[in-house]
Design a protein around this ligand. Structure first.
Ligand SMILES: Nc1ncnc2c1ncn2[C@@H]1O[C@H](COP(=O)(O)OP(=O)(O)OP(=O)(O)O)[C@@H](O)[C@H]1O
Ligand SMILES: [Mg+2]
Length: 224
């Protein structure tokens, strides 16, 4: 199995209060699957994405992602693991405003020992995949929201990670741009074999996925 969550619990301590956004969650996800994660605000969706992406660690339980038990990695090992295995896509793109589209996409590759020529090749391939080769020298403020999100997707895939996690990637877009982003994500699964976990509040967006999970109060309440 590509992702195995077994009895995952995540708690935060706030003063003398304990918040438990995820409660004994068990879940398997196959390689090359596209999963939508739905549920009310505060149900633990982002918390779960962050655990799958190795941005945060579970308080208890077993968590295996892409063949690695990531609960056993040290902080620095986890950083290196993330750089190789995870692409993160955010609702508000999070592009660096003073860098061009090209430079934004290049960023994750600067963490890797690659020649400048190899880096250039990979950035061009990623920009080509999102159909923005002609916008390489544009800054984020010169792009539409949909284009910014496509640059963010190019940045997420440039290091060729097997797992992409997306937190409401179409939440800030008009219907036409949202549709284009969803088609692009679908294409990454179908053509490149990526595994995607996408949080969304929109049933139409969730419909492009193979599987729809509903979270409520930190627990899985349905799996379609
Ligand atoms: N670092 C943290 N410290 C304390 N509490 C946290 C932390 N991160 C999340 N929580 C709490 O965990 C719960 C779940 O949060 P989470 O962000 O996962 O919800 P969500 O389902 O993504 O909601 P939304 O749809 O609004 O984005 C919330 O009650 C939140 O306040
Ligand atoms: Mg959230």
């Amino acid at each position: 199995m590509f992702i195995t969550c077994q009895n995952i619990t995540k708690s935060f301590k706030k003063g003398d209060q304990i918040i438990t956004p995820l409660q004994a969650l068990t879940l398997d996800l196959e390689k090359g699957s596209f999963t939508a994660l739905m549920g009310p605000s505060g149900s633990g969706k982002t918390t779960l994405l962050n655990l799958l992406a190795g941005i945060d660690s579970p308080s208890s339980g077993r968590l295996e992602v892409a063949g690695t038990d990531i609960t056993r990695l040290s902080r620095s090992q986890l950083g290196a693991w993330r750089a190789q295995n995870i692409g993160y896509i955010f609702q508000l793109y999070h592009l660096v405003p003073v860098l061009t589209a090209y430079e934004n996409v290049e960023l994750p590759l600067l963490l890797q020992p690659l020649s400048a020529a190899e880096r250039h090749k990979r950035v061009c391939t990623a920009l080509d995949l999102v159909a923005l080769s002609d916008r390489a020298e544009h800054f984020p403020r010169q792009l539409s929201g949909g284009q910014e999100q496509r640059v963010a997707i190019a940045r997420a895939i440039v290091a060729d990670p097997p797992l992409l996690v997306a937190d409401e990637p179409t939440g800030d877009l008009d219907a036409a741009s949202a549709k284009a982003i969803l088609q692009l994500l679908r294409q990454l699964v179908n053509d490149l074999g990526k595994t995607i976990v996408m949080v969304t509040h929109d049933a139409k967006a969730a419909a492009v996925a193979d599987r729809i999970l509903h979270l409520e109060k930190g627990q899985l309440v349905s799996d379609i």
